[in-house]
Write a protein that binds this ligand. Structure first.
Ligand code: FES
Length: 145
């Protein structure tokens, strides 16, 4: 009995180590993106045509925006049909901004908020605007210029 239990324990330990190794790898792969739930689209986008296609304009809510964690870009649509893009790296201490809502791009680290229209600071502690990124909107699709 004791011997069998010992063997079973060893097997589970090996399984656990293998599982931990696999999840460690997943964490390492996901670390640069900083998001979860987008792993399936991640590889499709990064191994695409290399032209920096971000996605369809339909993904960007009017009066709001969407954060593209892989590309470290936030795309906004302040007015219908008008798209803007900014770096998603907060100018305060370098966190990735976490959400777009209430007319601002919001950093979860210390609460800075930036305008979806021009990236300017709407709430401290950040003191400088998010840098604008150039994008091209063509055929309903947005790509980095
Ligand atoms: Fe964004 Fe501090 S890093 S508010």
């Amino acid at each position: 009995m004791t011997v069998l239990q010992g063997a079973g324990g060893a097997t589970s330990r090996r399984a656990f180590v293998a599982a931990a190794g696999a999840s460690g790898l997943a964490v390492a792969l996901a670390a640069c993106g900083g998001s979860d739930g987008s792993s399936s689209s991640r590889s499709a986008r990064s191994s695409g045509d290399g032209g920096g296609t971000l996605g369809p304009t339909s993904e960007i809510p009017e009066g709001g925006g969407k954060i593209f964690t892989d590309e470290k870009v936030v795309v906004t649509q302040p007015r219908k049909g008008e798209f803007k893009a900014f770096t998603s790296t907060c100018t305060h201490a370098g966190c990735q901004v976490g959400s777009v809502g209430g007319g601002t791009i919001n950093c979860p680290c210390h609460g800075s908020k930036f305008s979806i229209e021009d990236g300017s600071v709407k709430a401290p502690p950040a003191s400088s605007a998010l840098e604008e990124r150039k994008i091209e909107v063509k055929g309903g699709s947005i790509r980095l210029a």
